[in-house]
Design a protein around this ligand. Structure first.
Ligand SMILES: [Zn+2]
Length: 66
């Protein structure tokens, strides 16, 4: 499983969309469109699946995600 991530258009930082999916499954999905809350801008950004990527979730707890 991985977390679906998108890039904030304002700050260029990565945002967690809150969705989780296998990378292989995500790549097979039809193009879709969603919104994600951006903690950097404190607002919602709309995003397309084509602009998103999957960040594999590690079991290691020493990886801190800002
Ligand atoms: Zn933002």
């Amino acid at each position: 499983m991985g977390k679906i991530m998108v890039r904030c258009p304002q700050t260029g930082r990565s945002i967690e969309t809150g969705m989780e999916m296998d990378a292989a499954r995500f790549q097979r999905m039809p193009v879709f469109f969603s919104r994600a809350y951006c903690p950097h801008c404190r607002t919602y950004h709309e995003w397309f699946a084509a602009h998103a990527w999957v960040e594999e979730i590690s079991d290691r707890e020493d990886i801190a995600l800002a």
